[in-house]
Design a binder for this molecule. Structure first.
Ligand SMILES: C[S@@+](CC[C@H](N)C(=O)[O-])C[C@H]1O[C@@H](n2cnc3c(N)ncnc32)[C@H](O)[C@@H]1O
Ligand code: SF4
Length: 383
């Protein structure tokens, strides 16, 4: 049986609207109507959504909250404040919550940063992507480099407990020195957290239909990443996950809970949940389209693709998440979150050690540098 009370529980809130859809983006985001976002209807639906999930997590406390998108910073600060008090009224939370919001650097959003802080947001994740106007245009972003700088300056002035800067690399016509310039501009602010994402061309995006020209080749991408990792480390930002870098103790607790295979309630259009109870681990999501989500919130129709994970799923899903962390995982954590004896992964771990892809130190297992660079090869050993 799984000791569910010991597994941390997070809350993810999806806000599915953006001012405009970016050509590379495959997130569940939709261009907002001219009439704006139906905030009150959505807020009511989020509460119904949460209330429906409460019986599945009785007695448990929320330890982190994350507003993701889409563009959550399009919401009014009043809605964010009402949402946070409504959540606290419905489910217990630990005293020192990490509450992150993804924010775009548009000027209208930046004006609201202080209000978001006052509403209870403790951590802002700013989607800068690049400090080069040319790159921002190629990426179809609606902000320019000046707005990116202003957004970071405003986050610092508002004194959030922490903040993150999202940057993308491997952009069209970008060479290593151009990627270094972007990183240097971010590091000049001495951010406590940085996310560096390699541009991927995803299915069902405008870039898939009409790919941008002059994308860097694989060799250049590998060299670019090496340089960025080294320079971030020199500035005190350790790569603790495939795309995440932080100064000590500033890791994103919410995302670390995903990677440690913790539980999470996902509310909002298309949001995913993972919940452990006495019978095992289940996953399900919510309807993707905002209208359908609002119309079905709280009803049985709101459960999409509900399934219980079997042993094979548990093992693979645990590895896919846990191996993303540089520090790896402990065998105790594996057993706690999957309910499986650690014997089921002994063969895979031994093979990985023989191939120089993993090391084991007492109860802790982690990838070597080579294993970290070839994660899919390591994950294959657990299929
Ligand atoms: C949920 S998204 C969006 C957050 C916010 N709306 C924004 O765009 O700034 C979080 C991050 O994923 C990254 N991202 C999105 N699509 C990507 C892609 N195709 N390739 C690489 N990174 C991507 C971007 O850096 C983005 O800031
Ligand atoms: S603003 Fe963010 S979520 Fe919205 S379309 Fe662009 S990348 Fe996707």
């Amino acid at each position: 049986m799984i000791a569910k009370a010991a597994i941390p529980l997070s809350l993810y809130i999806h806000i599915p609207w953006c001012v405009r859809k970016c050509p590379y983006c495959d997130f569940n985001s939709h261009q907002a109507d001219r009439s704006g976002i139906p905030e009150q209807e959505y807020l009511a639906a989020l509460f119904k959504d949460l209330e429906q999930l409460l019986p599945r997590v009785w007695g448990r406390r929320i330890s982190t909250i994350f507003f993701g998108g889409g563009t959550p910073s399009l919401l009014s600060a009043d809605t964010v404040s009402n949402l946070l008090s409504g959540i606290r009224a419905r489910i217990p939370c630990i005293p020192v919550l990490e509450i992150t919001m993804e924010a775009n650097p548009g000027s209208l959003e930046v004006e609201k940063f202080q209000q978001f802080r006052d509403a209870g947001i403790t951590r802002l994740s700013v989607g800068v992507q690049s400090f080069s106007d040319q790159n921002l245009q190629v990426l179809g972003r609606i902000h320019d480099s000046e707005q990116a700088h202003r957004a970071i300056q405003s986050v610092i002035a508002c004194q959030f407990d922490s903040y993150n800067i999202d940057l993308m690399f491997g952009l069209p016509a970008q060479d290593i020195s151009a990627a270094q310039l972007d990183l240097k501009a971010a590091l000049a602010y001495q951010p406590p957290h940085l996310s560096l994402y390699q541009l991927t061309i995803e299915a069902n995006t405008a870039f898939k239909i009409s790919p941008p020209e002059n994308l860097p080749d694989d060799d250049m991408l590998a060299d670019m990443q090496d340089v960025l990792v080294t320079e971030a480390a020199a500035a005190g930002l350790e790569r603790y996950e495939v795309s995440a870098y932080a100064t000590s103790s500033m890791q994103c607790r919410h995302n670390v809970n995903y990677w440690e295979f913790g539980d999470y309630l996902g509310i909002g259009a298309g949001a995913h949940s993972k919940i452990t109870d006495q019978t095992g681990v289940s996953r399900f999501s919510r309807p993707r389209l905002p209208k359908k989500y609002i119309a079905t919130a709280g009803s049985n129709e709101a459960f999409v693709n509900e399934r219980k994970l079997d042993q094979k799923d548990l093992l693979l899903e645990f590895m896919i998440n846990a191996l993303r962390l540089q520090q790896g995982f402990t065998l105790q954590q594996f057993s706690l979150t999957t309910g499986l004896a650690s014997d089921v992964i002994s063969d895979g771990i031994n093979q990985a050690i023989r191939k120089g892809l993993m090391v084991k130190n007492n109860d802790r297992v982690k990838t070597t540098d080579r294993g970290f660079a070839f994660l899919s090869e390591v994950q294959l050993l657990f299929t």
